[in-house]
Every structure is written in C-alpha cells, then in structure tokens.
Design a protein around this ligand. Structure first.
Ligand code: B12
Ligand code: SF4
Ligand code: SF4
Length: 372
C-alpha cells in the first residue's frame, strides 16, 4: 500500500513540520538552466553547494534510483531572544535561520515521513540543505509557495521564515496542489531597494559575490567594499526578508521565541579558543571550518558597532593588529581605522617591546595597506 499525502502530512505535522506537500520527482530543468546561467555570469563566486554539480542537484533520480515523488516539508523558524538589552558589551547579530538548530527540527519531521514510507516497503531518502537537491524548487513545484523577488520561497499567509527539505521516494504520492502558488510580490520592490549591498541585481537573481549571507561564510579576506554594509551582522543576513511585507504577518501558530541565540558577545568570541568555537558554532557554515573566519567577521562587526573609547575593545583590536595572524591583523587594523583609532597603530613601524621582528614583518605591510 502507498501511504496517501494526507497520511504522510499528518505524520510530518505531528513531528515538527509546519507545511507538507508533494510533487513529481522529475528533473528540475529550469533550475539547471538558472544554475548554469548564474555560474556563467560570475554570480556564484567561489560557492560550491548546488553549483558544484548542478546536474546531480537537479535530478532526484541521483538521490534515489527510480524516484517518483517528493514529499516536501517546510519548518517555520521563530526568532530567539536578544540578550543585548541586559549586556552592554558589543554584540554581533545572528540571522534567524541560524539562531537555533531549525534544520534538526526539519530533519526530525522528514525522518518521520520517510519512516512511514519505508515501513510500507518503499525507498525513501531525506534531503535538505545538503546540495543533493534544489530545495526551493522542490517546494515551489509542490505548491508550497512562490519565488519572491529576493529569491526566497514565500508561503502564502506565512512569509519566508522557513527552512525547506524533502523526502525523495519511489512511491507514487499524488500532490493535492493546484499548480504552483500564485505570485504574491506584485509591484513591490522593497527587497531590491533594501539590500545593503545591492546584491539582488534583478528580480529573482542574487549575485552571491555581493551577498552578505555568502560573504560571512566565504573563506579569506572579508570583502572590503562590504565591511561597512555588514553592520552588526556576525552570521547570515535577514535584510531582504525583514523588509518583506508578507513577513510582517504574525504567525499565530508559532508564537513566542525559540531557545536560540539572537546575538553573540564579540569580545567573548574573540577570546575563545578554536575547539570551543567549533563546538558552539559548528552548526554554521564557516569557511574551511576554520574559526579564524568567524573571528575575522567579528573584528569587522566590532569596527562597525563598538565604542572607540571602550578600553576592552581597544585592547583586543590593538593586540590583534600587532599579532602574528596576518588575516586577523588586517581586519583588526581596518576596525581601528573605522573606529577613528588609527592613532593607535602609529607605533606599528617602531614596534613596542612586545612585537617581534617576525610579527612586525607580517603586520607592517598590512597596516600600510589599510591605514596608509
Ligand atoms: C546557494 C545557497 C545560498 C547562496 C545563494 C542564494 C541565492 N539566492 O542565489 C547564499 C549563501 C547567498 C544563500 C543565502 C541565503 N540562504 Co541559502 N541556500 C543555498 C542553497 C545551498 C542552494 C540554492 C540554489 O541552488 N539555488 C539555485 C538558484 C538558481 O536558485 P534560486 O537562487 O533559489 O533562484 C530561483 C528563483 O530565483 C527562481 N527565479 C528564476 N528567475 C526568476 C525571476 C523572477 C522574477 C523571480 C521572482 C524568480 C525567479 O528560480 C530560481 C531557480 O529555481 C539552498 C539549499 C539547497 N540545497 O537548495 C539554500 C537555501 C536556498 N537558503 C536558504 C536560506 C534560509 C538562506 C538565507 C535566508 C540565510 C540567511 N538569512 O542568511 C539567505 C537568503 C539570501 C537570498 N536572498 O537568497 C533556504 C531558503 C528557504 C526559503 N524559504 O526560501 C534554503 C532552501 C536552505 C534550506 N534547505 O532551507 N543561500
Ligand atoms: S541576504 Fe542580505 S545581502 Fe543577501 S540579498 Fe538578502 S539583503 Fe542582500
Ligand atoms: S520584499 Fe516585496 S518584492 Fe521582495 S520578496 Fe517580499 S513581497 Fe516580493
């Protein structure tokens, strides 16, 4: 017997999913064209994800041979409380999807759906955010929502604060959607106008090389021309969703806050060792899984949000600017400049006693480049 969509939906909803639909497991030919086109236009930057092997990510049969259906699930992510009011130290903001393990909750719901299918003798594989499939396109085909001009999938009446995933199965599960959801953007252009870096270059197309959500994940030097625009964002960017009118709807089915972290104490982060950082933030995508990239971003945010006369901030920035790690030194130097404290770098070329010749050799060219 093949479980019906209603039966699968009931199990998904009982296990943490908020919306469940189904679609045929045909190839996502349009998305394949979009992925190739964006790579060709240079909009994917160094991103791998679904850009690494677009043929694979757009062909559900590569996930499960003889796949016939996709049972698609969406999990709403409600925000975590900010601790900023109770603490006066500088803090970096975390995007809503990353404040809590929402993907864990999504996986639980999808696993439960897959369990019903496998118990009935069918093949079933759960995929979400793992580049085996294009999750938004699957949810769109299942009728869960429309593509907003910010490229996010918006669910009618609920907005876009959802993570998405699917169960790929060789069972034939009929969809009950009457085609794709109708466009709900209309003439609105708030996300295009509101993006701090102009990354939405035309409706439905994001240039990842300009998107802060990618820049905080990408390894290496944080793009200079995006540092001021980064503002207080430590991880992720919600701006094109915050300004989106359909997201202002109060989702009464998911009231309150989740047990997550809406912001992070930047000085504490900068003082934390690598293994503790990976333990705390390992869920996030951190370039090369190297916590220096988190510190690098924290230094930029510090430059944007800290008080220039805060002695703890000054101490951390000066120590880092004069320190042995040239990547971090460059960002600390930038932050001091941004805070109007370039004066503190004057001694860099006539080093204080603590700076070794080797450290100076590493840091001095960086200082000349950034301040000079
Ligand atoms: C690569 C990626 C990124 C990249 C690039 C995003 C991009 N828009 O290009 C970066 C790192 C920047 C990123 C950022 C974010 N991401 Co992301 N990301 C992905 C990933 C891994 C692959 C996406 C992909 O392959 N896209 C393919 C391209 C071609 O499709 P697309 O960008 O969605 O574009 C579609 C529409 O534009 C539409 N379209 C085409 N032409 C036109 C024209 C018009 C007029 C319109 C309206 C639409 C339209 O068709 C395209 C193809 O289907 C997926 C996970 C997965 N495995 O699917 C998550 C995923 C898309 N990301 C997700 C999230 C939550 C985010 C962030 C909100 C996180 C954050 N707060 O920082 C931001 C949002 C930024 C944004 N505006 O997109 C969710 C989206 C949930 C939702 N409701 O839409 C996903 C699905 C992860 C998940 N499993 O939940 N992401
Ligand atoms: S996530 Fe931020 S930077 Fe990226 S497109 Fe949206 S508003 Fe722009
Ligand atoms: S801000 Fe406006 S145009 Fe952009 S996704 Fe939301 S409704 Fe659509």
């Amino acid at each position: 017997m093949t479980p019906t969509l209603d039966e699968l939906r009931a199990v998904g909803l009982a296990n943490g999913l908020d919306v469940v639909g189904a679609a045929a497991a045909d190839p996502f030919s349009d998305t394949l064209v979009s992925l190739r086109g964006r790579s060709h236009e240079g909009l994917a930057g160094s991103m791998q994800f679904t850009y690494r092997n677009p043929d694979r990510s757009t062909e559900p049969n590569r996930v499960l041979p003889a796949a016939r259906s996709l049972v698609v699930g969406a999990r709403h992510y409600r925000p975590a409380r900010s601790q900023a009011e109770s603490v006066s130290r500088p803090r970096g903001r975390v995007a809503r999807y990353a404040q809590h393990d929402h993907y864990g909750a999504l996986r639980d719901g999808l696993d439960a759906v897959a369990g019903v299918l496998t118990d009935a003798g069918w093949g079933a594989r759960v995929v979400f955010d793992d580049n085996a499939m294009v999750d938004r396109a699957a949810a769109h085909r299942a009728g869960l929502g429309w593509f907003g001009k910010n490229t996010n999938l918006l669910l009618p009446g609920h907005g876009s604060w959802f993570v998405l995933g699917a169960v790929v199965t060789d069972a034939g599960v009929d969809s009950d959607a009457h085609g794709p959801a109708a466009d709900g953007c209309g003439p609105c252009t708030r996300c295009l106008d509101g993006c701090p870096t102009g990354a939405i270059i035309r409706p439905g197309v994001v240039d990842a090389t300009r998107c802060l959500a990618w820049s905080v994940q990408a390894p290496g030097v944080f793009p200079r021309d995006q540092r001021v625009a980064l503002g207080d964002r430590l991880y992720g960017c919600d701006e094109c969703q915050d300004v989106c009118p359909p997201n202002r709807i109060d989702d009464r089915r998911q009231p309150g806050f989740c047990s997550g972290q809406a912001d992070v104490d930047l000085l504490e982060l900068l003082a934390t060792d690598d293994s503790t950082l990976l333990e705390r933030f390992g869920r996030w995508y951190i370039g090369n899984r190297d916590p220096r990239h988190l510190r690098r971003t924290a230094l930029v945010v510090l430059g944007n949000v800290a008080r220039p006369d805060d002695p703890k901030v000054v101490e951390v920035l000066v120590t880092t600017a004069f320190g042995p790690d040239d990547l971090l030194a460059a960002h600390a130097v930038w932050a001091l400049g941004r805070l109007g404290r370039g004066d503190l770098l004057a001694g860099l070329e006539s080093p204080p006693g603590t700076l070794t010749a080797v450290e100076l050799a590493v840091a001095a060219p960086v200082v000349r480049e950034v301040v000079g």
